[in-house]
Design a protein around this ligand. Sequence first.
Ligand code: PLP
Length: 427
Amino acid sequence: MTSNDGLFERACHHIPGGVNSPVRAFGSVGGIPRFLERGAGAHVWDVDGKRYIDYVGSWGPLILGHAHPAVLEAVTRAARNGLSFGAPTAAEVELADLLCQRMPSMQQVRLVSSGTEATMSAIRLARGYTGRDKLVKFEGCYHGHADALLVKAGSGLLTFGNPSSAGVPAGAAADTLVLPYNDVDALQTLFAQQGDRIAAIIVEPIAGNMNLVQPSPAFVNALRTLSQAHGSLLIYDEVMTGFRVGPQGAQGLHGIQPDLTCLGKVVGGGMPLAAFGGRADVMAKLAPLGPVYQAGTLSGNPVAVAAGLATLNEIAAPGFFETLGRQTTALAQGLCDAANANGTVFSAQAVGGMFGIYFSPHPPTSYGEVMNSDRAAFNAFFHAMLEEGVYFAPSAFEAGFVSCQHSAEDLEATFAAARKVFAQIAL
Ligand code: PLP
């Protein structure tokens, strides 16, 4: 028994399913997860010493790759001064200023420790601000694991075919209205019927939790105009897309000003940090200024803030997103070429440093289309690529991520592996 398999067996004794977050368990693709020991740049090594080209990047945060020297240096310096104070620090003021500069829709921001906290808090704030209860979300979008949001959520929940979750009281989700992604008619109908009861729409402005699904321009515009017309708030959940698809996230690409934005992943540079922010009049409702309660012992943690600041500083380098976008597009194109050469039904697309690969003829535009892709083919591809030393997310419903450390050689090695794998498994 290898040490990886031995570790998994041991992990299962005291950790449910052997993992601390469900999609890590390889439940969708089968087999045993790799226990990772080390990462550097675009690569990770498992406990058996095998190296992989990593396209998971800790599920999005690692836009600078693993163990980036500037982030390590910032984290180490901050840690030497103390790990946590539970009191304000200068660094968190600097990060708040920077976030509001970089995201024009944000006039004020509050730091939290996870994307789940950010979305959960933004929704409470939207309800407190509007005095309304109803929330609109979209099928296949994941916004963290708060009760009201575990309704037809994506990724891990799609993977496990569990559209909701046990343990969520019916009442907690009763005010969550779920619509199909990219369906403008459904949105118009809902707002015509109950627009005056809707506190907020929460949306992944480029969905990354049902694989990568892009919104149509008409959908994006309808979200903004309908919410505005009915006095509901528009919450862009940019936990995944923020500082990932472009310097101003999806809202920069769409030319949209949401009322509230949730950030996570990249903003913490691999440390537990997230944020929500937006219009000053809305944020003014938050405690201690206003009646909407929200708090956190480790919110704005100085070590996490240091990692975030260092990351935001690096990605501000001129041409950063152009280069990252070129590399990610080249990855998507190269994988399509490898599949085409073998006659495999396959498609791929990239936005900034995020990509989707699909065993379907075209990139999907809705949850329904995502579910029609060939999942068995993905699973075979995933395992064969893993053997070849290429680490994609262990689920057909996840987006992938490229870092600025992925080199032309990494891409070439990925294509060589893909050519071999497409032929080998004769999909
Ligand atoms: N929102 C989106 C769009 C996400 O992708 C995620 C996590 O993947 C979350 C919220 C929840 O973030 P966290 O896992 O940090 O709680």
